[in-house]
Design a protein around this ligand. Structure first.
Ligand SMILES: Nc1nc2c(ncn2[C@@H]2O[C@H](COP(=O)(O)OP(=O)(O)OP(=O)(O)O)[C@@H](O)[C@H]2O)c(=O)[nH]1
Ligand SMILES: [Mg+2]
Length: 470
C-alpha cells in the first residue's frame, strides 16, 4: 500500500519535471480540464470553443483575438496515446447539419490538442516572431471526481453511509429486497453477488434519472471498458465484517480494487496534470426539477470542488507535489434559455451554489470566477406585451416538435437563497419560484466566413481560462 503510493508519487514527480522542462524550453502547454455532471454541456462547450477559436469573429472578449495576435489555430495530434480523442468533427457535424442536432452523450474521458500561433504582445511584439502555444483540452465526467471521497473510506463506512442514504428512497426497493434475500456472511458465490450489484446499479440509474447526483461509485453508471468486470461488481452491505471467503469479504476486496485500479489512476494520470479548469453546471435544469434537485446539486458541487482543495486528501496531496490548478471557472450553462435580463441573477445563483465549497478553504491560491454562458446559442430574444406587462421571452425551435415558439420561462429570484433554502428545509416543491424548463433544438447555422457558432460569453470564459497566457 505504502509502496504503491510512493511509486505513484515518484512516477508523477518524474513526469511532472518533464512537463515543466519541455514547457520552459519548447512550446508552452496549457492543460484545460472541462468537467461537469452528466448533460451539463461539456461536449457542446468544447466543440463550440474549438470552432470559435478557429474562426475568431465572435471572440472579441478574448484579448489576444481582439488585438489580432492569434495568427492561426489548428488541431494537432494529442500527447496522450491511450486517451480517446475528442471527436470534434462529428460533434461539430451534428451541430452544423442542415437539420442540426445536439451531439450524442459521451460519458468518458477524451482529449483534443488545439495549437495556437500567437504573436507576442507589448514590448516583445517587434522583436519576436509568433510562438506556438498548445491548449490540451480534457473532457471528463464530474462524477469521477465524486469518487475521490471513497479513498478516505473503508468498505464498512462507505456501506453504512450509502445504506443510510438509500433507506428512504423508493428507487432502492429492489435493492433492499435483494439484500433481504442474501446472507452476506455466506460463502461468496458469483450468482447472488452479480444480482446484488445489478440491483444496486439499477438503483443508481433510477436516482440519477430522478435528478440526483450522489451516484458513487461513478463508474457504475459510466463503466466504459470496465463493464462487467469485478471492480464494478459490488454493492454496499450491512452488518459486521464477514468471515474469510464470504460475500462480504469479496465485496470489500473489490471495493478496494476499485479504489486502487480505477479511482487512483484517473487522479494520477489526468487530474493532477490540469492547469486550468472549467466546471459546467446546468443550474437551470436543476431549478426546473425542484428544490431537492437544487440541494442535491449543491452537495455534488461541494464534493466535486473538494477535489480542487489540495490538503483535503492525503493521496492527492502527495501526487500534486505542490502543483495546483491555477484557475477555476464555474459556468452556468445554457444561459440562452433565459433572456439576458436574467443573466446576472443566473450568475448570482451559480455563485451561491458554489459558495460554501469556495468559502470553506478557498482553493489555496487558485483564482476562481463565476459566469453565465451559452456555448451555442439556440434562441433569439424578444419582448412582448402580455396583459399590460412587457415579458422578456426567448424564441427557438422546440426540441420535441421542431416548431418555433417564443417562451417565457419565468423569472429567476433576485436572492439566490430563495432557491437554495427550500431544498435545505426539505421542501419538495417551489412555493415562490415559478420556473419552466424548455428544450430547444440547436438553431440552423449559416456561418459567415471567419465566424464560429453564436454563443453567449464563451469569449469571456476563454479569456479567464487561458487569455492571460496568450
Ligand atoms: N440551449 C442550449 N442547450 C445546450 C447548450 N449546451 C448544451 N445544451 C443542451 O444540453 C445537452 C447536453 O449537452 P452535452 O454537451 O452533450 O453535455 P455533456 O456534459 O457532454 O453530457 P454527457 O456527455 O452526457 O455527460 C445538449 O444535448 C443540449 O440539449 C447550450 O449552450 N445551449
Ligand atoms: Mg459529453
Amino acid at each position: 500500500m505504502v509502496i504503491s503510493t510512493l511509486a505513484d508519487t515518484l512516477v508523477r514527480g518524474v513526469e511532472g519535471a518533464g512537463d515543466r522542462i519541455s514547457e520552459a524550453f519548447f512550446e508552452p502547454v496549457i492543460r484545460l480540464g472541462v468537467t461537469g455532471l452528466a448533460r451539463s454541456g461539456k461536449t457542446v462547450f468544447i466543440t463550440s470553443l474549438v470552432a470559435n477559436m478557429m474562426d475568431r469573429g465572435r471572440m472579441n472578449g478574448l484579448v489576444a483575438a481582439q488585438e489580432g495576435r492569434v495568427a492561426a489555430a489548428f488541431l494537432q495530434p494529442q500527447p496522450d496515446d491511450t486517451v480517446p480523442r475528442f471527436d470534434y468533427e462529428t460533434h461539430l457535424g451534428a451541430l452544423t447539419a442542415s437539420e442540426p442536432r445536439w451531439p450524442d452523450s459521451t460519458r468518458t474521458i477524451s482529449e483534443l490538442r488545439l495549437s495556437l500561433r500567437v504573436k507576442p504582445a507589448g514590448l516583445l511584439a517587434g522583436l519576436q516572431g509568433p510562438k506556438t502555444i498548445h491548449l490540451d483540452i480534457v473532457d471528463y465526467p464530474g462524477e469521477w471526481l465524486l469518487d475521490l471521497a471513497l479513498l478516505d473510506k473503508d468498505f464498512r463506512t462507505w456501506s453504512e453511509e450509502t445504506l443510510t442514504r438509500v433507506e428512504p428512497r423508493a428507487q432502492a426497493q429492489e435493492y433492499r429486497a435483494a439484500l433481504g434475500q442474501t446472507d452476506t456472511s455466506a460463502r461468496h458465490d458469483e450468482v447472488p453477488a452479480k444480482a446484488l450489484a445489478t440491483a444496486f446499479t439499477g438503483y443508481l440509474q433510477a436516482v440519477r434519472d430522478a435528478g440526483f447526483y450522489d451516484c458513487t461509485p461513478g463508474r457504475f453508471l459510466l463503466p466504459g471498458d470496465l463493464a462487467g468486470s469485478p471492480a464494478i461488481t459490488f454493492a454496499p452491505l450491512p452488518g459486521p465484517r464477514g468471515p474469510r471467503g464470504s460475500l462480504w469479504r469479496e465485496f470489500e476486496r473489490r471495493y478496494e480494487a476499485y479504489k486502487t485500479r480505477v479511482v487512483k489512476p484517473f487522479f494520477r494520470d489526468h487530474f493532477t496534470r490540469i492547469d486550468r479548469q472549467i466546471v459546467l453546471v446546468d443550474a437551470l435544469g436543476a431549478i426546473h426539477r425542484g428544490p431537492q434537485a437544487v440541494e442535491d446539486m449543491r452537495h455534488a458541487m461541494a464534493e466535486i470542488l473538494g477535489a480542487f482543495r489540495p490538503g483535503r486528501n492525503a493521496f492527492l496531496t502527495q501526487l500534486l507535489l505542490g502543483r495546483r490548478v491555477e484557475r477555476i471557472l464555474f459556468a452556468a450553462t445554457k444561459a440562452d434559455h433565459v433572456h439576458h435580463s436574467q443573466h446576472a441573477r443566473l450568475t448570482a445563483i451559480i455563485e451561491a451554489l458554489t459558495r460554501e465549497a469556495r468559502d470553506r478553504a478557498g482553493f489555496a491560491g487558485a483564482e476562481t470566477a463565476a459566469m453565465a454562458i451559452a456555448s451555442v446559442r439556440a434562441t433569439t430574444e424578444e419582448t412582448r406585451a402580455h396583459q399590460g406587462q412587457a415579458l422578456d421571452m426567448v424564441r427557438g425551435a422546440l426540441l420535441d416538435t421542431g416548431k418555433q415558439a417564443a417562451l417565457y420561462p419565468g423569472e429567476l429570484p433576485e436572492d439566490p437563497m430563495q432557491l437554495l433554502r427550500p431544498g435545505q428545509e426539505g421542501a419538495q416543491n417551489w412555493l415562490e419560484v415559478d420556473f419552466e424548463s424548455m428544450r430547444f433544438a440547436p438553431a440552423a447555422l449559416t456561418l459567415k466566413p471567419g465566424y464560429g457558432p453564436p454563443h453567449i460569453r464563451l469569449d469571456r470564459a476563454a479569456q479567464f481560462l487561458f487569455g492571460d497566457r496568450l
